[in-house]
Ligand binder design. Structure first.
Ligand SMILES: [Zn+2]
Ligand SMILES: [Zn+2]
Length: 376
């Protein structure tokens, strides 16, 4: 039997036993090492997304292979052979884009826009065998033909590898801010560029880390929680703006201008998810710069902005909706290179057993810690 936490309905989390699944030739049965608890799980729990109950939450996972089907050993996306005991992580969104919707046909370079996407731990029900289609369980079943499986580099421990998915979100958002052509044109991010990150939750902190690893010059992190601001500094922030000291948007904008020679940041990334952060962030962006919106994964409502500012600044405002499956490769390589440089392993501040999933959810809602994780 395999212990799993399931969402039976809105705000109904229950711990159940599922039978060991039959591993098909394309299948991999994973022993869960760690699975992140994230804002998306809170939205599933709260009924903000329509899903086919029951669902095992958890889409940010890493584990070791317990059993592998005959053909799955050759299915690692970069061609590395897979065997029992290997540590892997999996892109939770399926690689089987429908091919029929407008976006699959006309925007194949933006696979996350496919209107028929299936995501492990989000909208795949656990009602039928193999049941184990989410990370809040002792074991996870992965069909390697339908999902991108990445072998985790030896240098990267599980407490870092579990950040692959959220760092895919943040690094893709950050990459939206890159200059479109030659960096000398001064649009968007280039090596040595200044970056301001609004919010220092997991996504904000991983954006700071990405900017640091990408060769940013000055990085500014804005938040109001000591634990997060301290971590931002350790992950590469050169300056922090404490919202308890800089209380108003005007004060914070003035401080960003002061720190950037009166210009504003080349790239500003919104990782708060509160509408009021957006006009403030636009004001922090340099003329000709880029503002990236990644924090509003769900819809908390509108906010007034001044269109003149956007026009006057000749700036770009860009949305970032999840990431293409290739982003996991980018992130694992960044992680491999950063192990001696950045304390990414300290982002997981608390761990829970599968049977304690409710407590993890309650702590997430109470915004305790930085990254919470379920262990298998
Ligand atoms: Zn997530
Ligand atoms: Zn499609």
């Amino acid at each position: 039997m395999v212990v799993a936490a399931i969402l039976e309905d809105v705000e109904k989390l229950r711990v159940v036993d599922y039978p060991e699944p039959q591993v098909e030739s394309n299948g991999i049965l994973l022993k869960t090492e760690l699975c992140g608890v994230c804002g998306t799980d809170m939205h599933l729990y709260g009924g903000n997304m329509v899903i086919p109950f029951p669902v095992i939450p958890g889409h940010e996972f890493v584990g070791t292979i317990e059993e592998i089907g005959d053909e799955a050993g050759d299915m690692e996306v970069k061609g590395q052979p897979l065997a029992e005991g290997d540590r892997i992580t999996v892109v939770p969104g399926t690689n089987r884009f429908c091919g029929d919707c407008y976006f699959c046909r006309f925007m194949p370079h933006k696979p996350t826009l496919c209107t028929n996407r299936k995501v492990l731990g989000v909208n795949m029900t656990s009602a039928e065998p193999p049941h184990l289609l989410g990370g809040w369980a002792e074991k996870i079943y992965v069909d390697a033909k339908h999902f991108w499986v990445y072998k985790v580099p030896d240098e990267v421990p599980p407490e870092v590898a579990l950040l692959t998915e959220p760092m895919a979100v943040s690094s893709r958002a950050f990459e939206r801010g890159y200059a479109p052509g030659l960096p000398t044109f001064g649009e968007g991010f280039g090596v040595g560029g200044t970056v301001a990150v609004q919010g220092a939750g997991a996504i904000g902190l991983l954006t700071v880390a990405t900017a640091e690893l990408a060769g940013a010059g000055r990085i500014i992190s804005i938040d109001m929680v000591d634990e997060r601001l301290e971590m931002a500094e350790r992950l590469g922030a050169d300056q922090i703006i404490d919202m308890r000291i800089f209380k108003t948007p005007e004060e914070r904008v003035r401080e960003v201008l002061r720190l950037t020679g009166g210009l504003g940041a080349d790239v500003v990334v919104e990782c708060v998810g509160i509408p009021a952060a957006v006009p403030e962030g636009i004001d922090m962006t340099r003329r000709g710069g880029k503002y990236v919106e990644v924090g509003h994964y769900t819809d908390p409502g509108p906010v007034p902005i001044n269109p003149h500012t956007i026009c006057f600044k000749d700036m770009d405002i860009l949305g970032s909706w999840t990431y293409p499956p290739t982003q996991f490769g980018t992130v694992l390589e960044l992680m491999r290179q950063s192990m001696d440089r950045l304390p990414l392993d300290e982002l997981v501040t608390k761990r829970y057993g599968v049977a304690e999933a409710q407590r993890a959810m309650d702590d997430l809602k109470a915004r305790k810690g930085i990254k919470l994780a379920i262990h298998g």
